[in-house]
Design a protein around this ligand. Sequence first.
Ligand SMILES: [Zn+2]
Ligand SMILES: [Zn+2]
Length: 325
Amino acid sequence: MIEQLLPNMYKIEIPLPKNPLRVTNSYFIKGKERNLLIDTGFNQEECKVAMDQAIKELDISLENTDIFITHIHGDHSGLAGYLSRPENKVYTGGYTAKSLMGDKGATLETFYYDLLRESGLEGITLLDHPGYTYASDPLEKVNIVRDGEILEVGEIKLQCIETSGHAPDHFCLYDEEQEILYSGDHILGKITPNNTIWDTPSTITRDYLGEYLSTLDKIAALKIKTIYPAHRFIIENPYQRIEELKDHHGKRLENILEILGKESMTGAQVASKMKWDLTIKSWEDFPPAQKIFATGEALAHLTHLVFENVLTKELRDGIVYYSRA
Ligand SMILES: [Zn+2]
Ligand SMILES: [Zn+2]
């Protein structure tokens, strides 16, 4: 479905079949000579069909349309390879660029099985991860953007704002003049962006949740009227939504400390006892992909608490256990 939101801007809904996110909102900004398309959907037939139809309906020439990828997740970067042409540019951050140019090892394979084992998750394979299954075809060239850099689309100036945390790199696009933010997965309405860790629990050197919370503050310091997120509805109360997200993570941190009590637990054990907004109630019945996301979420919070010196972690027989410091 296509909806015109501003004189030169359209939202294209790309369906994500059998995915609880339902759709990716891709945004198309029409310029004078060149246009910009923000995020793409999975590298999956249904997404391609929806994108092809939008390209036809909006009479988009891909040669004149550059592509901006907010972050590496497949529901954003999946069709980058499919939509790239020798004449257009694909803009994204350094980590995402490296992954899109075929270095999947940087994101998944090399650490993935160690990550599953160390977090205490059993019986799950790489193929259970939709981000891996529907990842983009490799790209030959990508234009790396930096924090503060301005992209011009006709009269519109979009500032690239580095907002890491949800992914090792994530960029929002800020239109200062119109007080608009294209937020990718950094800020979503109603649902909370999934956080995880991107290293193995034993070797991790970055506090991704800590980065996420501080880049929320970075966005809160901007003058914004409307946020256009990559999933669900448009956000008209940006500052309230940012506070809600911070509050959500604060409660989750408290809940994890309660779950741990005086015990020592793995990431998966903590995840199995946390409250999830899913219709499936028993952890055993969670589909593999949901177990991965839930455990990732638990690990992001556990790791943050280790960085804050509230918890300690210990590697025993290849599995990482967390307990009170
Ligand atoms: Zn994402
Ligand atoms: Zn997403």
